[in-house]
Design a protein around this ligand. Structure first.
Ligand SMILES: *[C@@H]1O[C@H](CO)[C@@H](O)[C@H](O)[C@H]1NC(C)=O
Length: 427
């Protein structure tokens, strides 16, 4: 079925305000997949790495649980456009061209994504789309590209040409809308992923422009980053919905800058982490912290894009990211992002701190997340305190351990920074 390309006016479910939503028929649930950047920066933007990843998705059961997008990040193109103004794939990395790669990925039942930038250059210094939006959209469509991550480097700036301009000239909404309209006009289904690093309160307009939007600056891959980003996602949960999600960025462990030729000396200035994506497996977090990271990203309905070598991912991590119960929460058709709730007698959330109590409505129940954010502890919650539940008895299943029960409350004894996720349904 061909998606309808209209920007529909739909009634908002949270407020009474009408919300314009991009309705390209895509991203009704958060994207699941992989992105090349954290695996090896520029070096990982190649046909061979993309194909190895796609094959691992199939062979290691990731495709079966929903991982679909194989996304190539910065550095895939030649440094110059051709004389007709079109981007050209780097022939050393894509010897058979991009259309052939897309066909191969599609033959495996998967989808291929590419990266671009709204400014004059990508963050890594490759040609940006500014002034070439129509040609770039047409080219993506002609290749059969399924996903377009659109970065924000070298965009209009009040003071010269800055990579991550500190004083932007105008709102980034302008250039993100421009590309949206050219993508729509191709009449080809391309998921549109906005990467403006949470600027211009993108969550307030992102749903009318793209299928997801980065809501924060970079994730440096440490526990402090999980805390910072997840705590910022709670208050903007209401902006998420089918086809439009907060993107919390990479999951774990920004890589060592020295392995990234196109990061160079600016790696730790904060510039490049903006284009890093979700990753588990680079070794900065404890197992408990990886569970919490994955769990919070899942229940807040973030895209989950792996950023490490999928052919060598350990069994422990593979099992974590293949947790069907948690993926089902992330992919619930209601598209409702969990947020914090305050049980009676507890203190409310504090900005910048990771709150212990999370919940969100599902199409077939309610999800509750409990986070031992400040050391090992036992956390309990009465269902009567949980939004969309109320008094009475419920069935529950804890999705990391598989333990089940029923009653009017749950309690979890958690290690430091660990998390429990309950799916709760009426008895
Ligand atoms: C530039 O690239 C486009 C798209 O691949 C192609 O159609 C066109 O022929 C190329 N132009 C030249 C001069 O090579």
């Amino acid at each position: 079925m061909h998606p309808s390309y209209v920007v529909a006016v739909l009634a908002g479910t949270v407020s009474a305000t009408a919300i314009r939503r991009l309705d390209n028929g895509l991203g009704k649930t958060p994207a699941l997949g992989w992105n090349s950047w954290n695996q090896g920066g520029c070096d990982a933007a190649s046909a061979s790495v993309a194909l190895a990843t796609a094959k691992a998705f199939v062979d290691r059961g990731l495709k079966d649980v929903g991982y679909t997008y194989v996304n190539i990040d910065d550095c895939w193109s030649a440094k110059s456009r051709n004389s007709s103004g079109y981007l050209v794939p780097d022939s050393s990395k894509f010897p058979k061209g991009m259309k052939e790669l897309a066909d191969q990925i599609h033959d495996l039942g998967l989808k291929l994504g590419l990266y671009g930038d709204a400014g004059t250059l990508t963050c890594g210094g490759y040609p940006g789309s500014q002034g070439y939006e129509q040609k770039d959209a047409q080219l993506l469509a002609s290749w059969g590209i399924d996903y377009w991550k659109y970065d924000n480097c070298y965009t209009p700036c009040n003071s010269g040409t800055e990579q991550t301009c500190s004083s932007p000239a105008g709102t980034s909404q302008t250039w993100y809308v421009k590309m949206r309209d050219y993508l729509l006009s191709t009449n080809h289904p391309i998921l549109y992923s906005l990467c403006n690093w949470g600027r211009d309160d993108v969550w307030t307009w992102g749903a009318s422009v793209g299928n997801s939007w980065r809501m924060s600056i970079d994730n440096w891959g440490a526990w402090a980053d999980v805390v910072r980003i997840a705590s910022a996602a709670g208050p903007i949960a209401q902006y998420a919905g089918p086809g439009a999600f907060n993107d919390l960025d990479m999951m774990v462990g920004s890589p060592n800058s020295s392995i990234h030729p196109c990061i160079g000396h600016v790696a730790h200035s904060g510039l490049y982490d903006d284009i890093l994506v979700q990753i588990i497996g680079n070794g900065k977090l404890t197992n408990a912290e990886e569970r919490t990271h994955f769990g919070l990203w899942a229940i807040t309905k973030s895209p989950i894009l792996m950023g490490t070598d999928m052919t060598t991912l350990s069994t422990t991590r593979l099992n974590l990211i293949k947790n069907k119960g948690i993926l089902a929460i992330n992919q619930d058709p209601l598209g409702n992002a969990a947020t914090t709730f305050t049980p009676s007698g507890k203190s409310p959330p504090v900005s910048g701190q990771l709150y212990r109590y999370w919940a969100g409505k599902l199409s077939d129940g309610v999800v509750i997340g409990l986070v031992a954010s400040d050391g090992a502890e036992t956390l309990s919650v009465n269902f009567a305190d949980v939004p969309d539940l109320g008094s009475g008895a419920y069935n529950w299943i804890e999705l990391f351990t598989g333990s089940t029960g029923s009653g009017t409350s749950v309690a979890a004894s958690l290690d430091s920074h660990d998390m429990a996720i309950y799916k709760v349904t009426r008895t």
